[in-house]
Design a binder for this molecule. Structure first.
Ligand code: XMP
Length: 508
């Protein structure tokens, strides 16, 4: 049975996938399509509602994206957001004023709570505005339903035709009741029955993977991270036995990590190839102290080792990647099929010439990927893993990397993580790093001259900024005692209390 669908039309705004995600959160299927899609195509999709996204243009720019004006006559409820509102007003005979002045940031607006769109909300609402042009005269038949001091028409409606529009962004968290507004539109105005789940997502993806791949073989570089792991699980369910996963163990993993990744896939029907490349990586990293140099060497070796291993496989038709939506935004490849220069597979497809690329997680956000992974039966230690950088422990050792230092940082990290996971402390990323500092200490009657371990734990939602986690002293005390008692070569432990900025999360 077909799910009810909400169509998001893309006018170039950075939040279009976020809109689609908000719709999915309400268990409604959503699809993002280019703004210039024809009305016939829209009728074929048969959406229960359409959302016009924001966008950076002015409706008066010749190059700005427009939609078929007929769209507003086909009887499907429409919600225009930001540029989407301006376009609706402009197309239907209202007036949009150009302005060089931006209204950016969180603003209080006054709303008309009698509008179906704002049902259940109080008169004053905190919303995110991000625009310069604004609607200054309503199209015929429309009412004004929201206003702010800088924006006399911050919302408008023509309830008879079920056309609604808002100048602010309901999809972002900064708009306090954004989810409620979207829910009012989707549930009350579009009549959504919430018939879509992540299981449906998995089923749809499996069908399209099967159609694309047929009986051919697919190759995937497994890094041990959440995204590639979930991608592998999904592919193995869609095309059992046809997936080849190459897991390059660079020897810079955390304690037991390589084995955990291997164990997680034991019950999946795929070909798991683990390459023990520790010696290759450590040899090339010998004497290297510069952080960027370390990253470059590791990136290059990843490709070399992966290429060598995959060249032993024959008849591979497709390359799969665990690209997720934030990667697509970061690489600026929003509307293209460009391949992200991922730290482990950058440059691969050009070198090997596959028939095609498979990226089944491309429209999902991280938490959705975790949900898919859980539904597919991946263990929690893989699905709920904290971020771990591609270059691994190499960027958690200041100075030269040696086997001994790796062993020290690996054990310290394991102790710190175990103690924190036993506690109630909530941190988004937490790890130990080995500073290159040696200092004097005393053990029993002996003077020591050993290394200092630095502990780091941060709270963050986007990893762009972060604050250090306030870990209680007793937990820090236990971790410190265990580290100096259990790890030879370490006689001092410090806790990093810098936020980002000015520090970064990693030490290198
Ligand atoms: P920074 O240290 O820049 O880290 O504040 C932000 C987030 O990115 C991760 N990170 C990396 N991830 N390759 C990666 O795959 C890298 O070279 C790398 N450097 C940092 C870091 O762990 C944190 O989550």
């Amino acid at each position: 049975m077909k799910n009810q669908t909400v169509l998001v039309l893309d006018f170039g705004g950075q939040y279009k996938e976020l809109i689609a995600r908000r719709v999915r959160e309400l268990n409604i299927y959503s699809l993002v399509k280019p703004a210039n899609i024809s009305v016939e195509e829209i009728r074929a999709i048969d959406p229960i509602g359409i959302i016009l996204s924001g966008g950076p243009n002015s409706v008066y720019d010749e190059s700005s994206p427009h939609c078929d004006p007929e769209l507003f006559n086909i009887g499907i409820p429409i919600l225009g957001i930001c540029y989407g509102m301006q376009l609706m007003a402009y197309t239907l005979g209202g007036k949009v004023s150009e302005s060089n002045v931006q209204e950016n940031g969180v603003t209080n607006i006054r709303i008309s709570s009698s509008s179906e769109l704002f049902k259940g909300l109080s008169d004053i609402q905190e919303v995110l505005m991000s625009h310069s042009d604004k609607v200054t005269s309503l199209p015929k038949g429309f009412n004004e339903i929201a206003s702010s001091s800088d924006c006399p028409v911050a919302g408008m409606e023509e309830p008879g035709k079920r056309l609604y529009a808002i100048q602010f962004h309901p999809e972002v968290e900064l708009t306090v009741n954004g989810k409620k507004i979207l829910s009012n539109f989707l549930m009350d105005i579009c009549g959504a029955t919430q018939d879509y789940t992540m299981d449906d997502y998995i089923r749809t993806q499996m069908t399209s993977i099967k159609e694309k791949v047929g009986d051919k073989k697919v190759l995937l570089a497994l890094s041990g991270g959440v995204d590639s792991a979930v991608c592998a699980a999904l592919l193995s369910k869609a095309i059992p036995g046809q997936l080849y996963c190459v897991f390059v163990d660079h020897g810079l993993m955390r304690k037991n990590e390589g084995d955990e990744v291997e164990a997680a896939f034991r019950d999946f029907d795929l070909n798991f190839i683990r390459v023990d490349a520790e010696d290759i990586f450590l040899n090339e990293l010998k004497g290297v102290t510069d952080p960027e140099q370390k990253r470059k060497i590791i990136g290059r070796l990843f490709i070399e080792v992966f290429n060598e291993e995959s060249s032993k496989l024959h008849d591979i038709a497709f390359l799969a990647q665990g690209t997720i939506y934030p990667d697509v935004i970061e690489s600026g490849a929003n509307n293209t099929d460009n391949i992200k220069s991922h730290h482990n597979v950058g440059g691969l497809p050009k070198d090997i010439g596959f028939e095609g690329l498979i990226e089944p997680l491309r429209t999902l956000f991280k938490d959705e990927v975790r949900k898919v992974g859980t539904l597919l039966g991946l263990p929690s230690n893989i699905v709920n893993r904290q971020p771990f950088p591609g270059p691994g422990l190499a960027i958690r050792i200041i100075g030269e990397i040696t086997k001994e230092k790796l062993e020290m940082v690996r054990e310290a990290d394991y102790i710190f993580r175990s103690e924190l996971e036993k506690s109630d402390v909530k941190a988004d990323q937490y790890f130990a790093a080995l500073t290159n500092i040696k200092s004097v200490g005393v053990t029993g009657d002996h003077r020591t001259y050993d290394y200092t371990i630095s502990l780091r734990a941060v709270n963050t939602s986007d990893f762009m900024t972060a604050s250090f986690t306030e870990i209680p002293y007793d937990i820090l005390g236990t971790v410190s005692r265990r580290i100096v008692n259990e790890i030879k070569g370490v006689n001092r432990v410090v806790y990093d209390i810098t936020s980002k900025p000015p520090a970064t999360i990693e030490l290198l």
